[in-house]
Ligand binder design. Structure first.
Ligand SMILES: [Zn+2]
Length: 318
């Protein structure tokens, strides 16, 4: 299996944290899309840019605001998942509070400095008391496995109602296995937060999925009517086609944790939502064979060097 991290991609300068800020002429919800919280996942940035360019001429009929932001600028420049620590594992209320209180030059990791700058933009929106509607926050990701797309969400009714309109598989219960994520933090502030895993790192498919997903989300959230976007059905049908054969709702069962020096290697050929049987040989580490502990679907099999989650196993929920 090719290690996508090492794929040569053109050097892009990421200097501006704000990709675009579309303010509609009419009142409505605020949707924030964050991309590149992991530095080896830049596809979401292009997708946000595409959507903003597409909607730029629709400001008159746009309701609310769509803000696109970049997460980990330094890691993006270096095309690495992170520099010092995973930026999507430090969003604990107390750690964020410490980051806000600490002068930037005293923050010890690149990711905490990046987070501080990001919070300076997000905080006034998230904590705006004049806004009575929840902010919708989507955190865009890609993964090292070959295909699939899905949304990681909490079970809150508001989330499910909104996300069901995208018809992308919903994964519940991951918060039991992943701590300190941006989505969980945003959800805890009383807003709507979820992660959208759009496809394989650097792939055109991941970018197209992200563009279509964001457009469908803006329609679902009520920012714009589908009839105001001439080719909306093209995006909608495309997204539908990608998810046709995938389960609608799945529940987290199991995660393989990678520890330092494990030398974890996923066996080649696993894709998202491949069915696995308990006892099936999935990966190796320096202690030997790693077998599936449960029946289910495999999710996010790891085919890159950085990361502590080897794979997940999920099962279909009602
Ligand atoms: Zn990611």
């Amino acid at each position: 299996m090719e290690i996508k991290e090492e794929v040569k991609i053109p050097q892009v300068e990421y200097s501006d944290r704000i990709i675009g800020d579309l303010k509609g002429a009419q009142q409505g919800p605020t949707v924030i899309a964050l991309a590149g919280i992991h530095g080896n996942e830049p596809t979401g940035i292009e997708a946000i840019r595409h959507v903003i360019e597409k909607l730029e001429s629709k400001k008159e009929s746009f309701r609310g605001r769509f803000l696109g932001l970049i997460g980990n600028i330094e890691a993006l420049q270096k095309k690495k998942r992170f520099i010092d620590e995973d930026m999507n594992r430090i969003w604990f209320t107390s750690i964020l509070d410490k980051i806000r209180r600490t002068p930037i030059e005293e923050l010890k990791t690149a990711e905490r400095r990046e987070t501080k700058k990001l919070l300076e933009i997000i905080d006034p929106i998230i904590f705006d008391e004049e806004n009575t509607q929840p902010v919708v926050f989507v955190d865009l990701h890609s993964f090292s496995a070959e295909s699939g797309l899905f949304v990681i969400s909490t079970r809150d009714e508001e989330n499910i109602e909104l996300l069901a309109q995208l018809r992308v598989p919903l994964i519940f219960g991951i918060e039991k296995a992943l701590h300190g994520t941006a989505l969980k933090y945003i959800q805890n502030t009383g807003n709507i937060g979820f992660a959208f895993e759009t496809g394989q790192h650097f792939s055109e498919n991941a970018e197209d999925n992200a563009s279509a997903g964001i457009l469908c989300l803006l329609v679902a959230a009520g920012c714009i009517s589908a009839s105001n976007i001439e080719d909306f059905t093209r995006y909608y049908d495309y997204l539908n086609k990608q998810t046709q054969s995938l389960p609608h709702k799945v529940e987290f069962l199991y995660k393989h944790i990678i520890e330092p020096e494990d030398n974890f290697k996923m066996r080649p050929g696993f894709k998202n939502f491949d069915k696995v049987k308990k006892g099936q040989w999935l990966a190796n580490d320096r202690h030997g064979k790693i077998l599936a502990q449960r029946d289910g679907y495999v999710l996010m099999p790891l085919y890159q060097k950085q990361g502590e989650d080897g794979f997940f196993i999920v099962e279909e929920s009602e």
